[in-house]
Design a protein around this ligand. Structure first.
Ligand SMILES: [Zn+2]
Ligand SMILES: [Zn+2]
Length: 123
């Protein structure tokens, strides 16, 4: 039997799996640097224990592939999407932690614009 909580938990799980697999479509391999959406997992439980966000190394890889000009704008776009999920009633501890992580990352990157927001050093 599917409960409301089960559907919400599954929504976050689907988001995590789709995000991870989509990054593979952009030729991103498994991450060995930090706790990251792109970490390799050997079980569903292990996969669900991993974060919903990319580490700085993988964010940089995605920036290079997609050529988005601003890491800050990327972070704001993802945060806007996450807020929409929460407003739609999709929320759990992992999603709440992820929202807080993106808010923190935006604060940090906006305080260091010369290092993290220039596109010149991408290529
Ligand atoms: Zn994978
Ligand atoms: Zn990574």
């Amino acid at each position: 039997m599917c409960t409301q909580k089960g559907l919400l938990d599954n929504s976050v799980m689907y988001l995590q799996v789709i995000s991870h697999e989509t990054c593979h479509l952009f030729y991103m391999s498994h991450c060995v640097f930090f706790d990251c959406l792109m970490n390799k997992s050997r079980s569903v439980a292990e996969a669900m224990s991993q974060p919903l966000y990319l580490c700085p190394v993988c964010t940089r890889k995605l920036q290079k592939v997609l050529r988005f000009p601003s890491v800050v704008q990327y972070l704001k776009n993802i945060l806007h999407f996450l807020h929409q999920l929460v407003e739609a009633g999709i929320s759990n501890r992992q999603l709440t932690d992820t929202v807080m992580w993106f808010e923190h990352c935006i604060t940090v990157t906006e305080s260091k614009p010369a290092v993290l927001t220039q596109t010149k050093s991408i290529d």
